[in-house]
Design a protein around this ligand. Structure first.
Ligand code: GDP
Ligand code: MN
Length: 395
């Protein structure tokens, strides 16, 4: 789960990290004029809150605002105007894709005079099972680009322990910072590690971490992702979830205990079991097409689930054909087959559909599909079924 910058900064501030003062607004900017008096300035920085980076270099659709999603403002009476130009409008950044994201929240922050910009992030390195810090003096800009063109400019540090960490002294000269700043960086690192473990984060990214004109470090941007599997331990963090940022189809599927992830391809997949779902996606790719989704109906798939699955897949306009791949274990294929037939009738489902059954009552299931006179295709062989569904997607 991702949270907004202003939410991340609230957490970081509680742990004593150097964060500028700011105020957040949701939809309504009425209090802005009054509350602006609490913030030091000029300048003030008006920041669109969306779950995507690259806001500064982004642009708004249908707004007179032509300066991007993060703006440094020097005239007090302009702050509200700029914030209003962002609120409710669609911001397109490198990370949102052409479709963009609607800005429903704005964060106004005290400005800061930037001397230098660094990049710092913490994540779990799966190869070593350790928390790793990535740090670079080439911050502020697109870190993916630095990683691609100048990977040596990013330093990876693995932590064996996360308490009382001391950074290697070589880092001071590598980053070209003075002793005082190096001490600050040590403190920041320890505090961030403590945040990381206490909230069960999966990543914390500070880009940029800046040195201000006074020569001190400030965390200017913050992105936190939380580990979904540990969220149950943090009810207060769960509340930070912004449903407007979630894919509505994924939310709907989650409500029905199905595991659905939308993808960009054209072949809808409805499968029971995560492993089989993966294999199904792989084989579709092998035949040169892309899956439109990952959908695991779960071990207790029944008619209602199948209907829900169809509805979910149907709401994706990219889908051209569908492969249903069911392994009957506890569930019986004929029961699923009846569910499929009823669902197709009920929803008046028109897309080409290939069904493959294996396991318990597979042959009875096949009969139900073949006798349905709905034009459904039943194929036993996994490879043949995949080939067919790819073929049908092109018609
Ligand atoms: P992003 O584009 O989504 O990563 O948003 P950021 O919060 O990183 O802001 C983009 C850029 O705006 C930063 O890299 C800074 O250069 C600049 N910026 C952000 N806050 C301030 C500030 O307080 N003062 C100044 N001068 N620039 C800022
Ligand atoms: Mn940033």
């Amino acid at each position: 789960m991702n949270i907004h910058e202003y939410q991340a900064k609230e957490i970081l501030k509680k742990f004593g990290l150097p964060i500028l003062n700011g105020k957040s607004y949701e939809k309504n900017l009425d209090l802005l004029e009054i509350e602006l008096n609490d913030l030091k300035g000029p300048p003030w920085v008006v920041k669109s809150q969306i779950h995507a980076g690259g806001r500064g270099a982004g642009y708004f659709k249908n707004s007179f605002n032509d300066k991007g999603g993060v703006q440094v403002i020097f005239e007090k009476d302009q702050v509200n105007k700029i914030a209003s130009s962002m609120m409710g409008n669609v911001l397109v950044t490198k990370q949102t894709g052409e479709i963009g994201k609607t800005v429903n929240r704005i964060f106004i922050e005290e400005g800061c005079e930037i001397e230098r910009e660094f990049y710092l992030s913490l994540l779990v390195d799966r190869n070593t099972s350790k928390i790793m810090m990535m740090i670079s003096a080439a911050g502020g800009m697109d870190i993916e680009e630095v990683a691609a063109t100048n990977p040596e400019k990013i330093i990876n540090i693995h932590f064996n322990d996360i308490k009382n960490v001391t950074l290697d002294h070589n880092l001071q000269s590598t980053l070209e910072i003075n002793q005082h700043q190096f001490d600050e960086l040590n403190t920041i690192t320890n505090k961030l590690l403590s945040v990381f473990s206490s909230i069960d984060a999966s990543t914390i990214e500070i880009n940029p971490l800046v040195l201000n004109k006074q020569g001190s470090f400030v965390l200017l941007d913050a992105k936190i992702s939380l580990d979904d599997n540990a969220l149950f331990r943090h009810p207060n963090l769960q509340e930070l979830k912004d449903l407007t940022e979630e894919d509505p189809l994924e939310l709907q599927a989650a409500e029905h205990d199905m595991n659905y992830v939308k993808l960009d391809g054209s072949i809808g997949c409805m499968v029971n079991g995560a492993g089989l779902a993966m294999a199904t996606m792989d084989i579709i790719k092998q035949f040169g097409e892309e899956p439109a989704n990952f959908l695991d109906l779960g071990g207790t798939a029944n008619k209602d689930r199948v209907i829900m699955g169809f509805k979910t897949i149907q709401s994706d306009p990219n889908v051209k054909s569908i492969l249903i791949n069911i392994f009957g274990g506890i569930i019986h294929c004929d029961m699923i087959a009846n569910g499929i037939v009823e669902a197709v009738k009920e929803l008046n489902f028109k897309l080409p559909l290939v069904v493959r059954f294996q396991g318990t009552n597979a042959s009875q299931g096949r009969d139900v599909i073949n006798n349905s006179s709905l034009g459904l295709i039943s194929i036993d062989d996994f490879t043949e079924a995949a080939k067919k569904v790819v073929e049908l997607s092109k018609e």
